[in-house]
Design a binder for this molecule. Structure first.
Ligand SMILES: Nc1nc2c(c(=O)[nH]1)N[C@H]1C(S)=C(S)[C@@H](COP(=O)(O)OP(=O)(O)OC[C@H]3O[C@@H](n4cnc5c(=O)[nH]c(N)nc54)[C@H](O)[C@@H]3O)O[C@H]1N2
Ligand SMILES: Nc1nc2c(c(=O)[nH]1)N[C@H]1C(S)=C(S)[C@@H](COP(=O)(O)OP(=O)(O)OC[C@H]3O[C@@H](n4cnc5c(=O)[nH]c(N)nc54)[C@H](O)[C@@H]3O)O[C@H]1N2
Ligand SMILES: [Mo]
Length: 771
């Protein structure tokens, strides 16, 4: 019998010939497997595991709220599980009875692991709901701005993501593919819940072979591998909206708009026209206006507009563009531009929102939701837009705006996290460090000694996907995986389910939480529930026992080829889009009624707070991009040999244009310091003309490693530099890609990273008692 395991970065086969030393191989059916997961069991990864429940010393000795400034700087004391669970249950009870459940932040954002039952967020939310609720979060770091704006103008992101025109249709019909931010093969290694077959590279190569013309717009050019040549239009970061507006102006002034489509399928085009021509503000948004902002030559803009109008054109946008100040605008403008071209709903035309961001976009495989643990209902109403965590912790009682309403930040006394790493995902860590001192207690369930675990008061060790039985499944990936346990838990790691069961029991909701089921009983229950649901969609699954025995199910039956918005195009009255007007809203009455200066009623150019055209660019003349890392998923597996081999002298690389390096006397491989008003970090210089002058890039994911004395980050984590500001009053998303810095070097004294030095641990060797 073949044994498989699923992870976000792919399905792998597990070789159990030597059961004490399982070995991970690529799955034979995957045409383009990701190397990321091959090292999950490597010793360098295992070394970083949390082995036993660990309590920060002065918290243990003196109680909640003691010396919060010492988080991350003090030793931990190991205790047995009973002691740990007693302490956690007592503290949860103290906080909820003293301050109420709206003083517990349990949003717990993060990707955790792939299995559907041991999904950390589902487990923690289910548990916290049962003990009276918690302050939750809305939306994601991935799509903070897009998730709020897109339903107002065309439809929800969740829907859009699953209805993209499929790769076969693109190869057959698309003539011109213009992407703002590429289609990064590095990103399409991933799909949340488990990638089946990696399909994006093949999809792009087939398009190229079919003769598609590719134009990549943006500050970098190593994010669109089509197996042949493509054009690159260098565009300053965060200025794509201005460029798209000028493309729209060209279409208008050269009579290249599809006026019929605008009339029958869209609302508010006249209001937008008034903006384009300058009727509203006296500024004509023509190509020379856009050239001054974006650096893209006028002629290039003119020619591109003409090519778009005379070809079957697909416009694509990376998710990163909305992870920036005013990040709603490029998304709204992309849809506006596609509407003006009038090819939405035609095969190979229209727009895509994130081809390449994850593997499943453009897939022709089943779109069905898999086995899911019910989380119950949360009695607490308070929430934050996810990226506002530091604002919430620092400003209890302060009001904030979100999607047309005002809300108030709650007063947080306890944070409980499972399955995420805020000291990976948040921006401006020096600001977060201050906010992190606010709660009396920080509890985290973690597999590894991440920066967040090191900065917690109570760390409960969690198992990995290889150490427990689970079901791996992601919509549109075509496989369901029986993830049988292939390794023993490291140390005294527990499944999150067992941890929360133990806590639930102590807080009087044990039976409600477990429903009397063991983990295997849960898997059977969730599978059978899924089997029933799928039956209604005419997809039949074998019995649970047969599934478990087979190791993997291939759900090969394909959907028909998909053309996004085909039905809407054919008959917009019978198949309206889910907006107030049922049409694509080029002008939104609703958004306009919110009267937000930073997000008015139609797409427009709004200067980001930091960009290469801003006054502050004189002081910090380089725009920092912090994109997703090619060799890992966020911070996960950073200590693996695969991730480590991408570093230079142990530091994360900073890619920069040779011109900018020369000006600073920096050479290939030099250790450099990257800095701005918010922080400083060390990185290793990689000189490349794939990054345009004025732009630098440090991918995310290097484990945060500040020098305790100086705060200098020694590993190359860009989030000591990034901006912690909401995208706008509308969505309050993450603005990580809006960030100016400067670089100096070479740094002479070697600075070794301490990111993988484990915290000092006292009292090890204590015994564990099972529940
Ligand atoms: N500068 C900048 N910052 C960014 C971004 C950017 O573009 N630029 N991108 C943002 C985006 S899009 C995202 S999605 C976030 C990602 O941010 P996160 O999702 O928080 O990052 P991960 O490293 O995946 O964190 C997951 C954590 O869960 C732990 N874990 C895994 N499985 C389990 C489990 O079963 N149980 C428990 N208890 N723990 C588990 C892992 O060890 C890991 O520490 O980062 C954001 N941050
Ligand atoms: N290997 C790997 N794959 C991943 C992830 C990972 O951590 N590792 N994370 C996954 C997650 S959680 C998410 S949300 C998706 C994210 O998917 P994206 O947000 O699309 O990914 P990024 O890599 O941040 O950015 C994509 C490209 O946009 C470019 N870019 C940045 N700013 C601008 C700009 O202003 N204009 C233009 N034109 N281009 C710009 C970046 O340089 C990069 O090449 O990726 C997923 N895939
Ligand atoms: Mo994300």
């Amino acid at each position: 019998m073949d044994v498989y395991t699923a992870s976000h970065w792919g399905v792998y086969q597990v070789d159990l010939k030597n059961p004490d030393q399982p070995h991970i191989n690529p799955a034979p059916f995957d045409p383009d497997p990701s190397p990321i997961g091959l090292h999950q069991l490597d010793q360098k990864v295992t070394e970083q595991r949390v082995r036993r429940p660990s309590i920060r010393k002065s918290w243990l000795e003196q109680g909640p709220g003691t010396a919060p400034e010492l988080r991350g700087k003090e030793p931990f004391v190991e205790v047995d599980w009973q002691t740990a669970l007693d302490l956690v249950a007592k503290e949860l009870d103290r906080v909820r009875s003293t301050y109420g459940n709206s003083s517990i932040y349990g949003g717990s954002y993060g990707w955790s692991s792939a299995g559907r039952f041991h999904h950390a967020q589902s487990q923690i939310h289910r548990f916290l709901n049962m003990i009276g609720g918690y302050v939750s979060h809305k939306n994601s770091y991935s799509l903070g701005a897009a998730k709020v704006i897109m339903p107002h103008i065309v439809g929800s992101m969740d829907e859009l993501i699953t209805m993209h025109t499929t790769w076969d249709v693109l190869a057959e019909h698309t003539e011109l593919f213009v992407s703002f931010g590429g289609v990064p093969a590095k990103n399409s290694q991933i799909s949340p819940g488990g990638t089946g077959k990696h399909a994006v590279r093949q999809g792009l190569y087939a398009m190229k072979k079919a003769g598609v013309r590719f134009v990549n717009v943006g500050p970098v050019d190593d994010n669109l591998d089509v197996g042949g040549d493509r054009e690159w239009i260098q565009c300053r970061p965060n200025t794509d909206t201005a460029l798209m507006i000028a493309l729209a102006w060209e279409l208008l002034s050269q009579n290249l708009c599809n006026l019929t489509f605008l009339e029958t399928h869209c609302t508010g085009f006249e209001k937008f026209t008034a903006y384009l021509t300058g009727k509203t503000d006296g500024i004509e948004k023509n190509s020379s206006w856009a050239e001054a902002i974006s650096g893209v030559p006028q002629n290039t803009i003119k020619e591109l507009a003409q090519a778009m109008a005379s070809s079957r054109t697909m416009l694509n946008i990376a998710w990163s563009l909305q992870r920036s100040h005013h990040g709603e605008q490029p998304y709204w403008m992309l849809v506006t531009l596609a509407a003006m071209l009038g090819q939405i709903g035609l095969p190979g035309g229209g727009f895509g929102v994130g081809y390449g961001a994850i593997n499943s976009i453009g897939s022709d495989l089943h779109k069905l939701s898999g086995p899911t643990v019910r989380q119950g209902t949360n009695p607490v109403r308070d929430f934050i837009p996810v990226a506002r965590i530091a604002d919430m912790l620092s400003n209890p009682g302060q009001s904030f705006s979100f999607d047309g309403k005002q809300y108030t930040y709650p007063d947080i006394h306890l944070i409980y996290w499972a399955g995420g790493n805020p000291y990976h995902h948040h921006q401006d860590f020096n600001r977060l460090n201050k906010a992190w001192e606010k709660p009396d207690t920080v509890i985290v369930n973690e597999q590894f000694w991440t920066a967040t675990a090191k900065r917690s008061d109570i760390v409960l060790p969690a198992t990995t996907g290889l150490e427990r039985n689970d079901i791996g499944y992601a919509s549109q990936e075509g496989v369901m995986v029986a993830m049988s346990k292939v390794a023993s838990p490291v140390g005294d790691a527990w499944n999150d389910y067992d941890t929360f069961s133990g806590l639930a029991e102590r807080l009087g909701v044990g039976e409600a939480f477990t429903e009397g089921r063991t983990d295997m009983e849960w898997l059977r229950f969730l599978y059978d529930d899924c089997k029933d649901r799928w039956q209604q969609s005419n997809v039949s699954l074998p019995s649970f026992d047969d599934f478990w025995k087979s190791g993997i199910l291939h759900l090969e039956k394909k959907r028909e080829s998909v053309v996004m918005f085909e039905n809407f195009r054919r008959d917009p009255t019978s198949n309206p889009v889910p907006t107030p007007s049922g049409k694509i809203e080029i002008f939104s009455e609703k958004i306009d009624s919110f009267a937000y200066e930073d997000c008015p009623g139609h797409a427009c150019w709004l200067e980001p707070i930091e960009w290469l055209g801003a006054g502050s660019a004189q002081e910090y003349p380089l725009h920092l991009l912090s994109d997703q890392p090619a060799r890992k998923l966020h911070s996960q597996l950073d200590s693996s040999p695969h991730s480590q081999s991408g570093k230079i002298n142990g530091h994360e690389p900073i890619s920069m244009n040779p011109e900018d390096a020369k000006k600073r006397g920096i050479h290939q491989g030099d250790t450099v310091e990257v800095f701005n008003q918010r922080g400083r970090c060390i990185a290793s210089a990689v000189l490349t003309d794939k990054v345009m002058p004025g732009v630098v890039r440090i991918s995310t994911g290097a484990w945060y490693d500040p020098d305790p004395e100086t705060g200098l980050e020694r590993h190359g984590n860009p989030n000591v530099l990034t901006l912690d500001l909401g995208t706008s009053s509308l969505s309050q998303g993450c603005s990580a890609h809006t960030c100016l810095v400067d670089v100096r070097g070479p740094v002479k004294d070697a600075i070794a990273t301490q990111a993988f030095v484990l915290p000092e641990i006292q009292g090890s060797g204590s015994k564990t008692n099972a529940i």
